[in-house]
Design a protein around this ligand. Structure first.
Ligand code: FAD
Length: 510
């Protein structure tokens, strides 16, 4: 086991080695920050909550050059669902290299992230449970229970990635607003001797809905929203007999369900909560520590990983001392609305599939008809699930090339990478000059003090997307969102480097 680092050797402590904590630690490391991850569990749990990885998450892995680790193992499914309805959402129209839902159990995602952290040399200290926290003007002290006793660790910043019951959030006094569970679903990962054909099944019945998907190796996940047991409390244990009875009620068969050593059964409720703030001084939150909701459409893991991509470079810039003053606060400003939107989406799905009244069932079935009839509705919902529509500070109807928008993986010529995402490996800002005659960036003086955090790339745009025609230069943030663009017919000008990369004396700091 890794040694506890010297207190003075750590800039940021990440609490929780779930997927979000590990990805955040990797991003912080890329930003030049000394970080350590504390995890209370000795071992990773064998089962997987999440199964789905959405396109924007894969793009974020691709920007750091590691997406193949997921795509070569996961199973691409060309569609997803809304509210477990049978008329599915086709993803193939999405403007991304990953126009699908990638099925890969969360445990594998966590193992891949753990391997990535090990390659980077970031320590994950297991059996280190955080139990208390105090912050002052310069840092945060954590009480940590280890097998060797209780110790205290100090760092400049602490990020709580410690899940829905976050101790960090509670100790930092951050509010947790929302509602307790009002109904529950059951799910089981188990073995079937008589599975349905085709690897997946969705049924919407008068008595509820059943969703099944093959996990590989003869294992299947079954989830039932069964009106007969929908009022059972979330803490009530689930047996295989409960799952079998539910399958019989909703599908007329138990699919040859058999108890196996690796069977995992659980009950999930619709408890929904959102942190009142993602930052309190030197304490920040990401992932389930900041938001929980019913796992409708499988969005929580993706949302959390994307929180981490937004936070990593901002916190690194703050720790390294080059961040503009307000930068760290933009984390809450940008990500809390995205969290609210996913929560609203999850609630809307729940309203469709978990209302056992005749009116609720009629609404569910009518909405399914609408989905089947209207491609634009299916596309809108697919785009939302994919994460590709998330933009920061742009009106929804703005052009794709508006400031704050996600920069798609635009193809390039005469560049160090064949497309834009390949320029973001180092998680630095990228100034992409597409019209070399423009702008003052030829002058080494102009960029002088920024070189550590900024790559300047001259290239030609090989892409024909209409929204990007006439764009002559871009400043791209380390998380792949647009910070600035120079377009026809703008007069030549340089990017607002000071507002993104901090003020310097001299010509660059304007
Ligand atoms: C049934 C189910 C299905 C789901 N399906 C999907 C899906 O398909 N797609 C999707 O995107 N999302 C899905 N989700 C949601 C997803 O699983 C979560 O959003 C995701 O696990 C959140 O990751 P996290 O790292 O924020 O938190 P967690 O995974 O909860 O990790 C938190 C970590 O912190 C550790 N920890 C906690 N307290 C402390 C402490 N005091 N000190 C030290 N360590 C601590 C924990 O041991 C844990 O390892 C699903 C959830 C459920 C329940």
């Amino acid at each position: 086991m890794a040694e506890i680092p010297e207190a003075s050797a750590c800039d940021v402590i990440v609490v929780g080695a779930g997927p979000v904590g590990m990805w955040l630690a990797a991003e912080l490391h890329r930003g030049g920050v000394r970080t350590v991850v504390l995890e209370r569990r000795a071992e990773r749990p064998p089962h997987s909550k999440a199964l789905t990885i959405y396109p924007r998450t894969l793009e974020q892995f691709a920007m750091r050059g590691i997406a193949e680790r997921w795509t070569q193992e996961g199973r691409p499914v060309p569609s997803s669902h809304f509210a477990i309805l049978t008329n599915r959402l086709d993803f193939s129209f999405l403007d991304t290299r990953f126009p699908y839902t990638l099925f890969l159990p969360q445990r594998r995602t966590e193992e891949l992230l753990a391997e990535h952290l090990a390659e980077l040399g970031v320590a994950v200290l297991r059996e280190h449970a955080v139990t208390g926290l105090r912050q002052d003007a310069d840092g945060v002290d954590l009480d940590v229970v280890t097998p060797a006793g209780t110790t205290s660790l100090r760092a400049g910043y602490v990020v709580g990635c410690d899940g829905g019951n976050s101790v960090v959030r509670a100790c930092a006094g951050i509010g947790w607003t929302g509602e307790p569970s009002t109904w529950t679903a059951i799910l089981g990962d188990t073995r079937l001797t008589d599975p349905p054909p085709g690897g997946a099944l969705t049924l919407n019945q008068p008595g509820g809905s059943i969703y099944m998907v093959a996990l590989g190796d003869g294992r299947w996940r079954l989830a039932t929203i069964d009106h007969a047991i929908i009022a059972d409390p979330v803490g009530k244990p689930v047996t295989l007999g409960d799952l079998r009875a539910s399958a019989l009620r909703l599908a007329g068969t138990d699919f040859g369900m058999r108890e196996a050593a690796d069977t995992w059964l659980s009950r999930v409720g619709d408890e929904t909560r959102h942190a009142a703030a993602y930052r309190a001084g030197r304490v920040l939150l990401a992932g389930d520590a900041a938001h929980i909701h019913f796992p409708a459409g499988g969005q929580g893991l993706n949302l959390g990983l994307q929180d981490a991509t937004n936070l990593g470079w901002k916190l690194a810039a703050t720790v390294r001392g080059w961040a503009p003053e307000e930068l760290l606060d933009t984390y809450h400003a940008e990500r809390a609305p995205v969290g609210r939107d996913v929560i609203a989406d999850s609630r809307a799905q729940c309203a469709l599939f978990a209302n056992p009244t005749p009116a609720g069932i009629a609404l569910r079935d009518r909405f399914n008809e609408f989905l089947g009839a209207h491609e634009s509705l299916r596309r809108e919902l697919a785009l939302r699930l994919s994460g590709l529509a998330v933009g920061y500070g742009i009106p929804e109807s703005g052009p794709a090339s508006a400031v704050g928008a996600r920069v798609p993986d635009l193809e390039l010529r005469a560049a160090p990478a064949p497309s834009v995402h390949g320029l973001l490996r180092a998680a630095k800002f990228v100034l992409l000059a597409l019209s070399p005659a423009d702008g003052p960036w030829h002058s080494p003086d102009w960029l002088a003090g920024y070189r550590d955090h900024l790559d300047v790339v001259t290239a030609e745009l090989a892409d024909k997307r209409p929204d990007w025609a006439g764009v002559r230069a871009l400043l791209i943030r380390p998380d792949g969102h647009l910070a600035w663009a120079l377009r026809d017919p703008d007069p030549p000008a340089g990017p607002p480097l000071a507002s993104w990369l901090g003020s310097l004396s001299g010509p660059a700091g304007h």
